[in-house]
Write a new protein. Structure first.
Length: 359
């Protein structure tokens, strides 16, 4: 497959990505004006130096997921904390800045960016396993939050429908996940095989099978790590709840928050993050969703929009750190995908050579 061929799929996302980014900015401007610019500015000014505390709390989320990734790396390999943290910050920066990057570049880029410290396949399978644990924790967290919202507050027809749909989707995901894990279904290699019969390079089939073997074999080999990893993922969500509680304590003194309302808002934030990953910084949709739910929780819409903007500022801060690390290492954002593909191709070639060497 030539370099030109491998770049085609990414280029096809660019016009659509730009369209979503522009739509997000337009939504952002609309909801900021609707909520009241003066009220939002007043809320931001009340936060003031408290933003440093927000950054400190949000750092816990990066730290615990980096440690969780470390625990998902199997012997004989070892991932150091600093390597995991900087790879996470760099990968998340790509996902937050580039349209569609969270879907196709951000996660695979993390192990590719540190393959000089950890073999790509070991790092990639570990990040896949960590993401499975994270997804499990998100499912439980969001399900609890949506259920609490439905049972504790009077919702508009639209919010009630959205909550019910979210609960339904989560229930389906849980059942499907349990079925796939119990059956150890080879859905990745199966999908790759299906695509290879329709023109995709067949080199990905062996690599996808190796990945599935590592993921399904992780429990048998490392069952003792399950609870520590799940605890770390729970700490990620707890830090999110604390961050929202502290932010609201600053920007909404007239209507002090409770940990319960912060929990619901954070669960809504997880839903928005999952559903709109393809929009950089969830521009516009975060303000819309958080503003509406904040009104249900007896806050003003301006408080909800301000909360979303503070979250956005936090993401920009960490994205700036990630970009600085990328620049320091000599990477450009557009080169990341090509770099990851080259590394995976290199690992595939080595994997094909090993049987010949031992025969």
């Amino acid at each position: 497959m030539t370099e030109a061929t491998t770049r085609k799929p990414r280029k096809s996302f660019t016009p659509l990505g730009i369209l979503f980014a522009v739509a997000g900015v337009a939504l952002f401007v609309y909801f900021v004006k609707k909520a009241g610019v003066d009220q939002i500015l007043a809320g931001v000014s009340r936060l003031g130096a408290g933003f440093i505390l927000i950054i400190a709390i949000s750092s816990v989320r990066h730290i615990v997921r980096s440690i969780a990734w470390m625990l998902c790396v199997e012997q004989p390999y070892r991932l150091r904390f600093w390597d995991a943290l900087r790879a996470r910050l760099m990968g998340d920066a790509i996902g937050n800045i580039l349209p569609f990057a969270s879907l196709v570049i951000s996660e695979p880029a993390k192990p590719a960016l540190i393959r000089d410290r950890l073999p790509l396949m070991a790092g990639f399978s570990a990040i896949v396993i960590e993401n499975i644990f994270y997804s499990l924790s998100v499912v439980v967290f969001v399900f609890s939050g949506m259920l609490a919202l439905l049972l504790s507050f009077s919702l508009t027809k639209g919010l009630r429908l959205a909550s019910l749909i979210t609960l339904g989707v989560i229930a389906i995901v849980i059942l499907l996940g349990v079925f796939l894990i119990r059956k150890q279904a080879r859905f990745i290699s199966g999908a790759v095989g299906f695509l290879s019969r329709r023109g995709l390079n067949a080199k990905w089939i062996d690599k996808s099978r190796q990945l599935e073997d590592k993921v399904y074999g992780f429990y048998q080999r490392n069952g003792s790590r399950f609870l520590p990893i799940l605890f770390l993922e729970a700490c990620f969500h707890l830090a999110g709840v604390v961050e929202i509680y502290v932010t609201l304590s600053f920007i909404s003194p007239q209507q002090p928050p409770t940990l319960f309302t912060a929990f619901i808002l954070e669960s809504v934030n997880r839903v928005i993050t999952m559903a709109f990953k393809f929009i950089p910084l969830r521009m516009g949709v975060d303000e819309a969703g958080t503003g509406k739910v904040s009104k249900v929780l007896q806050f003003t819409e301006a408080v909800g929009v301000t909360l979303a903007i503070v979250r956005k500022a936090r993401d920009v801060f960490w994205a700036a750190i990630g970009v600085a690390l990328l620049v320091f290492r000599g990477f450009s954002l557009r080169a990341i995908a090509v770099d990851a593909e080259a590394a995976i191709a290199e690992q595939t070639a080595l994997a094909k050579m090993r049987p010949k060497e031992t025969s």
